[in-house]
Design a protein around this ligand. Structure first.
Ligand code: URA
Length: 263
């Protein structure tokens, strides 16, 4: 990455609302900018100046572009549309039991320009209390998985099938999934990610309209509209079965390879 590309990358993150960059990631970016400078200096000295990058090509920490190259107006429109949908969801009473039991709805979080969406099942107690998806124990593990992919939560988008916490964290009922389908489909259509990563059977089966088990669905690519879909185990399952982390890591490597990024 050249210093110019670094500046552009930081500007596009800021435009996407990312104002906080982990120190390690920043050091990685700076190191690659420095390396690019010395490479281009050496090339210039040898009269072989590398071809200029197109202005929209920004390169992320892992050597690829994590965000869609949206201009400020497109980003603002998308943010506004998501906010409007979130406001509609906040007053939804399609599932009376869930609407009565929730403290608040949990719509989604992350960048509206994300190329990758992580798609979970439903909010738990911590999410119901904070309004943010994946912030409890399973969420902390998901954050580690995202960071192991050399991404940050701010560079991806995280959402769930259900926007309300089911009582006692029970599995969503088919009617509840049907009631929320319209919301998660609109959300995904607005973000238009390149890749959707389904976390666990509930989201994979809801998105792909199948009853196949997560064990059968994981480890290969599927499609939803224009998005490539990869399915993996839910972080809650990993908390109970740490041995399955190896499979999840394989799935994350497959996902990142889609972007030309070798983990
Ligand atoms: N599990 C999920 O599927 N989603 C959350 O937001 C939290 C836990």
């Amino acid at each position: 990455m050249t210093p110019g590309q670094l500046r552009q990358h930081l500007e596009s993150l800021a435009a996407a609302g990312v104002l906080d960059i982990p120190r390690l990631q920043l050091e990685g970016l700076a190191a690659s900018a420095e390396a690019a400078t010395s490479v281009s200096q050496a090339a210039a000295e040898a009269q072989e100046v590398p071809a200029a990058q197109p202005p929209s090509a920004t390169v992320g920490a892992a050597g690829w572009v994590a965000l869609q190259p949206l201009d400020a107006a497109m980003l603002a429109t998308r943010q506004q549309q998501l906010q409007t949908l979130g406001t509609e969801v906040a007053s939804c009473r399609r599932c009376e039991e869930l609407a009565c039991g929730r403290r608040q709805t949990v719509f989604g979080a992350g960048s509206p320009a994300a190329k990758i969406c992580f798609f979970g099942e439903a909010p738990g107690a911590d999410e119901d209390a904070t309004g943010e998806p994946f912030v409890g124990k399973a969420g902390q593990l998901l954050t580690k998985i995202i960071e192991a992919c050399q991404l940050s939560r701010e560079e991806v988008y995280i959402l769930n099938v259900l926007k309300c916490r089911p009582p006692g964290n029970r599995k969503p009922l088919p009617d509840e999934v049907a009631n929320c389908r319209d919301y998660f489909q609109q959300q995904l259509a607005l973000i238009a990610p390149e890749v959707i990563c389904c976390l666990g059977a509930t989201s994979a089966q809801a998105l792909l309209d199948t009853t196949e088990s997560i064990g059968k669905l994981r480890g290969r690519w599927h499609r939803f509209g224009n998005a490539a879909v990869i399915c993996t185990y839910h972080p809650s399952y990993l908390l109970r079965n740490p041995a399955a982390k190896r499979d999840v890591w394989d799935d994350m490597k497959t996902m990142m390879r889609h972007f030309g990024c070798e983990l």
